[in-house]
Design a protein around this ligand. Structure first.
Ligand SMILES: Cc1cc2nc3c(=O)[nH]c(=O)nc-3n(C[C@H](O)[C@H](O)[C@H](O)COP(=O)(O)OP(=O)(O)OC[C@H]3O[C@@H](n4cnc5c(N)ncnc54)[C@H](O)[C@@H]3O)c2cc1C
Length: 497
């Protein structure tokens, strides 16, 4: 088998791996990203809160604190260059009683130690004045952070990878790394039936990082994955709430939040459950009902009947409780970037800079490429939602007409889907198209558009429609969980505004 040779190989195309790939393409290096799944952003980067954290929460002196604020500061420019959905909304941590005030003051002081200079402690009246949708019966005060924001996390990683590819990086999907060894000055790898040789190897495999480390001997850390469940309400439900709303932190982390998404949905969650099975992406009605009840303490006037999806994400937490950025002791040239739990999405662009610094320090030649292209070609996005009748009419247009509506709920045209297919990352699933175009994100969750998208993916890739992967979560299962959750809540009377 011929061996392909690279300067740097990154295992894992999540927020960390894709941000690093893009950063490395600024230099004259051959860069490869190996991803186990059929798409980028397949792990924690796919299912999280999408908050660009302000930087006050991570304990001063930790690596999380070191990289959160600098990462946060990079987002406006990155969003401008790479055209992914991001908005500087600010955030608030609420307190519900006098007893909580001390917790907010501690957060404030921690934030100041972390160099966060846009924090403000506000009274009950001021907090309610700023965010009228908050629950007046519960809110006692708030800690505002002006620099926090929201991002579409998978669109961020997709944008990073697309731009890295334009700048010369290679991406191999469906390529789980299964073996690695050290040979002289280089590392040999096996992934997806191919062999590779690389000078530097970066382990950015999320919850899989321990498994990758174990390929090189006894792993220096253990993963302790924690699942978090979410409820997503339909588009438009975030109207009047343009701030991320946290509750006072507890032993499980930042607590349940209520947040707008970049697309105008309201999102509730996450809880925190330690799990043994890393592939457990399930949800359960009891947890979902608990999340909804808890979220109502912050924002009372949401209608659970507007919920369209439930899902969970798994935090790639490690046993050290902090980001692990260190060289392997068993394989020279292998850098672990592991335990990247929250605020890892926020920190990821700053972590990429740190990794480049470490690689340079280790002797990797960092000569700038004069032709680095920082701008990503803007993706074709669905137009703002118009009258449903018009969309239904356009849905009747023949296949091949760019104006044909493929997804009625989100009014996604065929031109938008075709553009997603042509952007450099090979797509083999309807979910891949969904994450890039929103086809399948609406109320019917792909019941209408699924077959249309499947056909377009198959035709574009020259593959059989049966080989196009379907939704990662079963629609009936989501509906059953939602129905059972509604039943658990107030005997089905879920709208108590
Ligand atoms: C519930 C929840 C809420 C969160 N909220 C926030 C938030 O609001 N803000 C924030 O900043 N952070 C948040 N985070 C944290 C953030 O999502 C993570 O820090 C970040 O996504 C980690 O990125 P990563 O690239 O390290 O890992 P991942 O995104 O998990 O990527 C790792 C990739 O490696 C691949 N892989 C695994 N094993 C192999 C192998 N052997 N070979 C090849 N590929 C492999 C996986 O398929 C995966 O695609 C949250 C996380 C969760 C779960």
């Amino acid at each position: 088998m011929t061996q392909e040779t690279f300067d740097v190989t990154i295992i894992g195309a999540g927020a960390v791996g894709t941000a690093l790939a893009r950063e490395l393409t600024r230099y004259q290096l051959d860069v490869l990203v190996l991803e186990a799944s059929d798409d980028v952003a397949a792990g924690a980067t796919r299912a999280n809160s999408g908050i660009v954290h302000g930087g006050y929460a991570a304990k001063a002196g930790t690596r999380k604190a070191e990289f959160c604020r600098p990462g946060n500061r990079m987002f406006p420019r990155l969003a401008a260059e790479l055209d992914f959905p991001y908005r500087a909304t600010g955030s608030v941590v609420l307190c519900f009683s006098e007893g909580d005030e001390a917790a907010l003051e501690r957060l404030y002081a921690n934030g100041v130690s972390n160099g966060v200079d846009d924090l403000e402690l506000c009274s009950r009246d001021e907090t309610l004045r700023r965010i009228p949708r908050l629950n007046p019966a519960e809110v006692h005060g708030g800690l505002f952070c002006a620099g926090a924001g929201i991002v579409s996390p998978y669109e961020y990683a997709i944008a990073m990878m697309e731009n890295a590819i334009v700048n010369g990086a290679r991406l191999r999907l469906e390529s789980p790394v299964t073996a690695l060894s050290h040979i002289g000055e280089r590392i040999a790898l096996e992934a997806g039936g191919r062999e590779y040789s690389t000078r530097i190897l970066v382990n950015a495999a999320g919850v899989g990082a321990e498994g990758v480390a174990a390929l090189a001997g006894s792993p220096p850390f253990r993963m302790k994955p924690r699942k978090g469940q979410y409820i997503l309400l339909r588009r438009g439900t975030a109207e009047g709430l343009d701030t991320v709303v946290f509750q006072p932190p507890n032993e499980n982390g930042k607590g349940i939040l209520v947040t707008p998404t970049t697309w105008g949905n309201l999102m509730l969650g996450p809880d925190a459950q330690e799990i043994q099975d890393q592939s457990d992406t399930g949800t359960d009605p009891e947890s979902l009902a608990r999340i909804i009840r808890t979220a109502r303490r912050s924002v009372k006037d949401f209608d659970v009947k507007q919920a369209i999806r439930v899902f969970s994400g798994t935090r790639p937490a490690a046993d050290r409780g902090d980001f692990i950025i260190e060289w392997s002791e068993t394989i020279p040239g292998m850098l672990h970037m592991a335990g990247i739990e929250s605020p890892g999405l926020t920190a990821s662009p700053a972590l990429a800079l740190e990794a480049v610094r470490l690689l340079g320090e280790a002797g990797l030649s960092l000569r700038k490429r004069p032709d680095f292209q920082p701008l990503r070609r803007a993706p074709t996005r669905p137009a703002p939602l118009g009258p449903p009748a018009q969309a239904a009419k356009r849905a009747q247009l023949p296949e091949g007409d760019p104006e044909r509506i493929v997804c009625r709920c989100e009014q996604v045209s065929e031109a938008t889907v075709r553009d997603a297919l042509e952007r450099g990352i090979p797509l083999r699933s309807t979910d891949g198209v969904k994450r890039r175009t929103r086809a399948g994100m609406g109320a019917c969750q792909g019941a209408f558009c699924g077959p249309r998208v499947r056909k377009l993916v198959a035709d574009f890739g020259g593959i059989d429609a049966d080989n196009v992967l379907g939704p990662s979560r079963n629609r009936d299962r989501i509906k059953a969980d939602l129905d059972a959750t509604r039943c658990l809540l107030d005997g089905g009377n879920t709208h108590d505004s």
